[in-house]
Design a protein around this ligand. Structure first.
Ligand SMILES: Nc1nc2c(ncn2[C@@H]2O[C@H](COP(=O)(O)OP(=O)(O)OP(=O)(O)O)[C@@H](O)[C@H]2O)c(=O)[nH]1
Ligand SMILES: [Mg+2]
Length: 444
């Protein structure tokens, strides 16, 4: 689905221009031979105990991000160096030898608890080296590793390889790089086998943005636009019907007569992730401005407009119209105020509801039922996008679907102009906390 170029762009967006992989494990398990076999595509008869750092160029793997591989020694005198290298690692390759069961046992008795003790956040790839020496009678990798992976969720992948026979050597480092550039943890709860709430919220926002006609489903045309936007290539009609068929078979409510529903869209992403195609979901998230913590990037939510000391910021009439539309959409009971439950729903596409904490919590008046009027709603909005102090969060404009960019949502107004306009326009809702002023749109 995703081409190499789009993935490279996505990877750069993730803020990783190179990946550092540290290889650790018991003595003699095959660490140094593995690194040499990767770099030279040959099995070395003699290897130094510790190889100097090895760099793979950007074009080695499809993600087009260079990798630096660090060899280590597990001798006691080298322990401080080993710890420092682990702490600097983006990913850890942890080796055992397929012909020495004791080295496999040491993973759970020593290495994995040790990495936890160091409070490392880096993903771990467990690698069984010397596959060529593995006893054919031995149980499968899945059977051996399943209980270990259950206890140590930080293990991203397990793989067996042979440096001697050149079996699955590049794959070890491909998975290590992938675990860094397209990590599972922010997207998927392995324990619950479900998408994480933050990921659901972000995908819901993306779905709403792509659902141009707001009918609650992605039509074939909308699906295609989404595909082109994320992957720079359209889907063939047979591919679209194929995708919908897969969803419908497993989850009938995932598709209706108008197209792919939000349920279906979420199901599809859970399926990609379960099948190890994390790069697909990550590419989508990054195209829509999310960082590795599934937060909208700062440049998308920070206020880009500078204002002079005598200026305040005013929303453009387009954005006020847009916000009024959002207000009405979520004012389910049509009482002209957003109740706390309605606000929760409105913010279900943001990482969390930012208005339940200070300084937004009590900065606008509420009615007796705790409902927020349109004026209060707009005041809070401008306080968020143009705060008196720097620092901002995800606002209804950014978290729902305002896409032109914040700089097109506000314009500076000098105090002289403002005084002039104040006489022309009746309603001006001022914020109690900021100097920001929010007006109703200019009406002739
Ligand atoms: N049959 C076989 N032997 C291997 C393979 N990989 C490494 N070896 C041998 O295993 C021994 C240890 O390999 P190293 O690469 O030095 O292992 P290491 O983990 O770097 O060891 P230390 O540096 O001592 O911690 C050497 O004799 C290698 O030739 C393999 O894939 N198959
Ligand atoms: Mg070595």
């Amino acid at each position: 689905m995703a081409g190499a170029t789009s993935l490279a762009a996505a990877a750069n967006l993730a803020g990783k221009s190179s990946v550092r992989v540290v290889v650790i494990g018991d003595p003699g398990t095959g660490k140094s031979s593995l690194i040499v076999a990767l770099a030279t595509e040959q099995f070395p008869e003699n290897v130094p105990r510790v190889m100097p750092p090895t760099r793979l160029p950007a074009d080695y793997f499809p993600d087009r991000v260079p990798i630096t591989i660090i060899d280590t020694s597990s001798s006691p005198e080298q322990k401080p160096k080993l710890i420092a290298e682990c702490q600097a690692a983006d990913a850890v390759v942890l080796t055992y030898a397929c012909d020495r069961p004791a080295t496999l046992e040491r993973l759970s008795s020593f290495w994995l608890p040790e990495l936890r003790r160091l409070q490392l956040k880096a993903p771990v790839i467990v690698v069984g080296c010397k596959l060529d020496l593995r006893d054919e009678q031995q149980v499968s990798l899945e059977q051996v590793m399943a209980p270990i992976m259950q206890s140590f969720r930080e293990i991203e992948t397990c793989i067996e390889c042979s440096a001697l026979r050149q079996i699955q050597v590049p794959e070890v480092f491909y998975y290590a790089q992938k675990a860094v550039l397209h990590p599972t943890a922010p997207l998927f709860d392995q324990e619950l086998q479900a998408l994480k709430p933050r990921c659901v919220r972000a995908l819901k926002r993306i779905f709403i943005i792509c659902d141009n006609d707001k009918d609650g489903a992605l039509s074939d045309v909308e699906l295609n636009e989404f595909q082109v936007r994320c992957f720079n290539a359209p889907l063939q009609p047979t591919e679209i019907s194929g995708v919908k068929r897969v969803v419908q078979e497993k989850m009938p409510e995932g598709v209706n007569e108008s197209g792919l529903t939000l349920t279906g869209f979420l199901f599809l992403h859970a399926l990609f992730i379960e099948k190890g195609r994390l790069e697909t979901t990550w590419t989508v998230l990054r195209k829509f401005g999310y960082d590795n913590d599934i937060k909208l990037r700062d440049d998308l939510i920070a206020m880009p407009i500078k204002r002079a000391p005598d200026q305040t910021l005013e929303m453009t009439s387009e954005v006020v119209d847009f916000l009024r539309g959002i207000f009405n959409m979520f004012d389910i009971d049509n009482d002209g105020a957003l109740l706390p439950t309605e606000l929760e729903d409105l913010f279900s596409t943001a990482p969390e509801n930012p208005w339940i904490s200070d300084p937004y919590k009590d900065c606008a008046e509420k009615n007796v039922l705790g409902g927020l009027s349109l004026e209060g709603f707009l005041s809070k909005e401008i306080l968020m996008v143009a705060p008196a102090e720097p620092g901002s969060g995800e606002t209804p404009i950014s978290c729902v679907s305002w896409e032109p960019g914040l700089e097109e949502s506000l314009h500076p107004v000098s105090q002289a102009e403002e005084a002039d306009q104040a006489t022309k326009h009746e309603k001006a809702a001022s914020c109690e906390l900021g100097q920001a002023i929010c007006r109703q749109p200019n009406t002739p």
